[in-house]
Design a protein around this ligand. Sequence first.
Ligand code: PGA
Length: 256
Amino acid sequence: MEKEMRTPVIAGNWKMNKTPYEAVALANELKNLIKAPRCQVVICPPFLDIPVLFSELNGSCIKMGAQNCHFEEKGAFTGEVSVKMLKESGCSHVIIGHSERRQYFNETDETVNLKIKAAVNGNLTAIVCVGETLEERESEKTEEVIKRQIEGALKDIDELSFAKIIIAYEPIWAIGTGKTAQAAEADVVCGYIRELIAKKYTKQLARTTRILYGGSMNSANAKELLEQYNIDGGLIGGASLKAGNFAEIVSAADSI
Ligand code: PGA
């Protein structure tokens, strides 16, 4: 019942793939395959593709997100992109705190928190990523790590702002490895995240929050993952680069 209240989100994280020309081709394939989904469909291409895709996606049911943003409004931050720039270029969403950014670009719980605040203040929906490493999972630290990441990310974020946030649980050991978390296993962690939200905010808000799973989700395993009570969609890397695969995941979400 409560699961039905939460519109699923299928988000494609293209990472550093697709030049502007290639991006247009993929977006057109997606537009042909995805006509009137019941779930919300978002693609997150590289920054340079965003303005090019703005007109391509205009009037379609596919929304656009960025893979990162800076937390300051403007200024001397060479190489960075602000929330306002993203908004003006057609983004409605932004991924924040992806494990690759935490691992390779010094993203911390503090910068994740600042970026979330900037995103929601600028009216973007933040897709906030959390997840444990294999070592942390094997030493039974999953809950401890998730709790630290969620608390850090949501520090001083009030209920009203939280309503503009989607959480993505992405166990690092499952990203790009072909190893998916067992559906029931992923559901337990997403349920734990929901509990943390209920404690920090209200049970009602926890019930309506969308929590996505990410990590080697594909057209073969999507349905089982998406059927889980606490999983409200997917953040998809590799399988979002092939229009047919991504469209099948969208259909899987719509069939539940
Ligand atoms: P993957 O990536 O689907 O290729 O595992 C997911 C992600 O990193 O968001």
